[in-house]
Design a protein around this ligand. Structure first.
Ligand code: PLP
Length: 515
C-alpha cells in the first residue's frame, strides 16, 4: 500500500469505490453530501415564512401586479442555509489550500482586512447617504487613492471601476476621448502582444478599436522589430502587461513607451501583475498612460465569490483630464464627491458605474497597505518573486520551463516533458485535483504549447511550496512511467468528474425547468 509523506495510506489505495455516489442509498458520501438544485429541493407551493394577510391595503402597482406564481422555492431558513453550505463544501477556496492559478494572484486575504471591513462606519454606509455623514468613508477612499498614485508614480486615479477588465474599459475610453479631443478619431488601431490576457483585445474591440497582434520573440517578450513595423499614424496605442503573462519583465518597456508616444499613441498597461513589482518599480516612471490595478489580486481583497472585485485605474497627466466621475476631492470644508460631468474639472468621458465603487474592497485594500507599510509591500513583492523562482528551480529538471532564466512572480512550463506519455496538460491538471490542489492556469498564455502557469504568491510558506512541488514531481514521474490511465481517469475524488465543457459552452442550459 502506498503511503503519503505522513505515513498514512493514500486514498487511491482505499477499497475500490464502485460507482462514486451510487454506493450509498442517499447519494451522499459521508461529509460529502449530495445536493440537488435549490429548485429541486424546495417547492413553489410551500413557504419559508408565514406572514399574515395584509388588511385593507390598496395595490399601487398600476395594473402591473403579478398574475402568476413567482416560481421561487419556498424553503425555510435552515434549509436554505444548508443548501449553500453544502455547495460551498464542494468548492476549492484560498482558505483551503494553495491556489497556484497563474495571472490571478490568489493570495491569502488577511483576517485583519475582514475585521476592518466589517466596522459599521464602513460596512453600513449607503451610497445615497448625505455626504456630510460619510466623511470618514470618503477620507478612506482619498487615502487609498493616494497610496495607489504613490505606488504607481501617477497623478490621478479613477476609483470606480469594479474589476480589472472594467478598469481596462475605463482606460481605453479615456484614450478614445483624448484622441477625439485631439481631432484624431481616425486613430483606431491598438497593438496587443500575442501573450496578452483575453480581456485586452476584448476591451479594445468593445471600445470601437481594432487590434493588431505583436508576436513574442524567442525570450517570451515583445518582438521589438515587429513592434516597430506596426507603428503608424493610425495607432491609438498599445495594451501591454508588465510583467507579461509569461511571467517575464518586459525589459524594453521604456523604449516601447517612447516609440508609442512618438507615433502619437497612448500606453495602456495591464496592471494585473503588479504584485511582482510593487514597491520596486513605479509604472508611471516607465511611461505608462493608464493602468488598472486589481485590488483583488495585488492588494489581497477577495476574488469573485468572496465579494465583488475592484479595478481602480491610474492615469498619466496626458489622460488625467478625461477621468470619469464620480471621484472624491477635499476642499476647505471637507471631502466631497464630484458626481456630475458638469461639476468636474477637465472633460470626463462620462461615468463607469452607478455609484462610487466597492467600499468593502477599498477598506480591505487600504488595511492591507497600512498594515504592511511601504517596506512591507516591497518585501511582499520580493517574496512573491522568490516563491515563484523556488518552484521553477525545484521543478525545472523534471518539467520543461517555457523560457530560460529566472522568472518574476509566476513560473511557466510547456508540455514538452509530457511528450509521448499520452498525458496532456488537461489530464495533468485533473490529476492535481485528486491530490487536493487547484490546478495552475492551463493553455495560457497561448504563445506556449500546453502552457502551465504557476503563481504561488508570497503568502505560501516554504513548507507549503515543498509539499506542492513533491506532488508535481510525483505526478511527472507517474506520467513518464507510463501511468497515463491514472491521468485519464482523474479526477476520481472530486464531487464532479470530467464535465463536458464543449457541450456546456455550445449548448448552455441557463434556466431550470421542471423535468
Ligand atoms: C485578472 C486579469 C485581468 C482581468 O481582471 P478581472 O478583475 O478578472 O476583470 C486582466 N489581465 C490580466 C493579465 C489578468 O491576470
Amino acid at each position: 500500500m502506498s503511503m503519503n509523506t505522513q505515513g498514512r495510506p493514500t486514498r487511491s489505495e482505499a477499497p475500490a469505490d464502485p460507482g462514486g455516489y451510487q454506493d450509498t442509498f442517499s447519494g451522499s458520501r459521508g461529509l460529502d453530501q449530495a445536493e440537488p438544485l435549490l429548485f429541486e429541493r424546495g417547492s413553489t407551493d410551500t413557504t419559508g415564512v408565514d406572514l399574515p394577510e395584509p388588511k385593507g391595503t390598496k395595490t399601487r402597482l398600476g395594473g402591473l401586479d403579478r398574475t402568476a406564481e413567482i416560481g421561487l422555492p419556498g424553503l425555510s431558513e435552515p434549509e436554505t442555509m444548508r443548501h449553500y453550505v453544502r455547495l460551498s463544501r464542494k468548492n476549492y477556496a484560498i482558505d483551503l489550500g494553495l491556489y497556484p492559478l497563474g495571472s490571478c494572484t490568489m493570495k491569502h486575504n488577511p483576517r485583519l482586512n475582514e475585521k476592518v471591513a466589517r466596522m459599521p462606519g464602513f460596512a453600513d454606509v449607503h451610497p445615497l447617504q448625505p455626504q456630510a455623514t460619510v466623511q470618514g468613508a470618503f477620507e478612506l477612499m482619498g487615502e487609498l487613492a493616494h497610496w495607489l498614485m504613490t505606488l504607481t508614480g501617477t497623478p490621478c486615479v479613477a476609483m470606480s471601476p469594479k474589476a480589472g477588465a472594467h478598469g481596462e474599459l475605463c482606460g481605453m475610453m479615456a484614450i478614445r476621448a483624448a484622441l477625439d479631443t485631439r481631432g484624431e478619431s481616425g486613430r483606431r488601431r491598438v497593438l496587443v502582444p500575442e501573450s496578452a490576457h483575453g480581456t485586452n483585445p476584448a476591451t479594445a474591440v468593445q471600445c470601437g478599436f481594432t487590434t493588431d497582434e505583436i508576436p513574442a520573440d524567442a525570450t517570451g517578450r515583445v518582438d521589438m522589430a515587429a513592434l516597430k513595423d506596426k507603428l503608424g499614424d493610425d495607432i491609438a496605442g498599445i495594451m501591454l502587461t508588465n510583467p507579461n503573462t509569461c511571467g517575464l519583465f518586459e525589459r524594453d518597456i521604456i523604449e516601447i513607451a517612447d516609440l508609442i508616444h512618438e507615433a502619437g499613441g497612448y500606453f495602456y498597461c495591464d496592471g494585473a501583475n503588479f504584485n511582482a513589482i510593487v514597491g520596486r518599480v513605479r509604472p508611471g516612471d516607465l511611461g505608462i498612460d493608464a493602468m488598472h490595478i486589481n485590488l483583488h489580486k495585488t492588494f489581497s481583497t477577495p476574488h469573485g465569490g468572496g465579494g465583488p472585485g475592484s479595478g481602480p485605474t491610474v492615469f498619466s497627466d496626458a489622460l488625467a483630464p478625461f477621468v470619469p466621475v464620480p471621484y472624491v476631492v477635499k476642499d476647505g470644508k471637507g471631502w466631497k464627491m464630484v458626481e456630475h460631468v458638469a461639476d468636474a474639472e477637465g472633460e470626463p468621458f462620462g461615468r463607469m458605474t452607478a455609484f462610487h465603487g466597492q467600499m468593502g474592497m477599498f477598506t480591505r485594500a487600504l488595511t492591507y497597505m497600512m498594515s504592511h507599510g511601504s517596506d512591507g509591500l516591497r518585501a511582499a513583492s520580493g517574496d512573491a518573486v522568490l516563491n515563484a523562482n523556488y518552484i521553477l528551480a525545484r521543478l525545472k529538471g523534471a518539467m520543461s520551463p517555457a523560457f530560460e532564466g529566472v522568472c518574476m512572480h509566476e513560473a511557466l512550463f510547456n508540455d514538452n516533458f509530457l511528450k509521448d506519455t499520452g498525458v496532456t496538460t488537461l489530464d495533468f491538471a485533473k490529476a492535481m485535483i485528486d491530490e487536493g490542489y487547484h490546478p495552475m492556469t492551463m493553455y495560457f498564455p497561448l504563445v506556449v504549447h500546453g502552457a502551465m502557469l504557476i503563481e504561488p504568491t508570497e503568502t505560501e510558506s516554504k513548507d507549503g511550496l515543498d509539499r506542492f512541488c513533491d506532488v508535481m514531481l510525483a505526478l511527472t514521474e507517474a506520467a513518464k512511467a507510463g501511468e497515463a490511465d491514472r491521468f485519464k481517469a482523474a479526477p476520481v475524488h472530486a464531487p464532479a468528474k470530467r464535465l463536458d465543457e464543449t457541450q456546456a459552452a455550445r449548448n448552455p442550459v441557463l434556466r431550470w425547468t421542471k423535468d
